[in-house]
Design a protein around this ligand. Sequence first.
Ligand code: AMP
Ligand code: GLY
Length: 434
Amino acid sequence: MSPASRVLVVGRGGREHALMWRLARDEDVSEVLAAPGNDGIGRRFRRLMISEDDAASLAEACRAERIDLVVIGPEAPLVAGLADRLRDAGVLVYGPGAQEAQLESSKWFAKEIMAEAKVPSARAEPFEEPLRASRALDGFGPPWVIKADGLAAGKGVRVTRDRREAEAFIRACLVEGRFAAGGRRILLEEFLAGEELSAMAVCDGRQFTLLPTARDYKRAFDGDQGPNTGGMGAHAPAEMGGADLEAEVGRRVIAPMLEAMARRGMPFRGTLYAGLMMGERGLQVIEFNCRFGDPETQVVLPLLKGSLASLLTSAARGALRPGEIRRAPGSAVAVAVVDEGYPDAVRGEGSVEGLEALMEERDLEVFHAAAAWDAGRWRVSGGRVAYVMARAATRAAARERVYAALARLGGTGWRCRHDIAVAPAETMGGADGR
Ligand code: AMP
Ligand code: GLY
């Protein structure tokens, strides 16, 4: 890539803030811009006030700002074809087109590709008719795993031992239209027990390079209790399986998926994110995402040395140069500050006092999400407000640093989990959990 690249990151959450923070450290990057970003991102980076769904204005802005690379953070614009539209306009984009993004936007599509590629995954069956789905429950659980086929903002999966709850979720999707088009089809899936792990691969359509693995804490409350959320915290590396497991993920999951997609004329260019379960049957894929994980990105990127911009540029060009990136030693931990009522009853009230002081600390990073800068305060303005991240020689040291910082925060209307990165994961996605 040219010695001074200009990179535009599309999105407005903690993942995008972390991407921008990391890209800005690359020596070959001259400016990182956000579209639209958020107030915290705006402290350090220039924001283009263009929505993620406005492809025409984004393409125009790329020309006007002489953007060398666009990195698209969230799934919704990828699924809607933003990468295709920008490529058509002659812009270099890191992120899959709409067809390839079906790996995330249709769980059944992902299952079909997995079957073709012989990737290990739970048995599943699709249903569009509520009575047929309810009758089929006998062949699957308890516990039952029911998934809306399409996008559902992280809320489209129900794992339960309660048959009435299972049936109610089927009705919510197929009769009441809870997830609109995303829930018109559901999957019943075999329950997998074990330990969860996230693996992300930077892909150029044929080749890939794996980033350090991470563990994401999805449940709302301490002890992995409560509903699933968009992510209460994360740590990396996952410290499970090590290099052998990574090699296995590459060989049994990422490589065959890329081959199967390419065979269908859908070369996958972007981040292929595999949500994995390690259990009695070994490695199994739970889901694919077509983008960087949130909050995994907040802990994986701090563990990379070298030029992330060069790596992503080479992938976007279809000629991956994995040597652009090396791994830094140590561990990273990030904890989410969330709205007190997150995820079910977000109030958007109150403020996080003391966040400003943490932003000044040298060995910590604050990645902002729904934090609004308002009359000299960081106001809670949505579910996930900000992530506090530290990197240290050990996971324990990184965790202590983060929690010591969080202990200094005051204000109202927010909370965080107290057990992120505490113990090696045992069982997640608990059999009786919601
Ligand atoms: P997903 O949105 O597909 O990542 O699912 C959300 C969560 O539901 C996962 O992180 C798991 O904890 C749980 N889950 C999904 N599929 C299964 C499965 N087949 N067996 C057990 N737990 C699952
Ligand atoms: N952390 C899960 C996701 O990004 O979907």
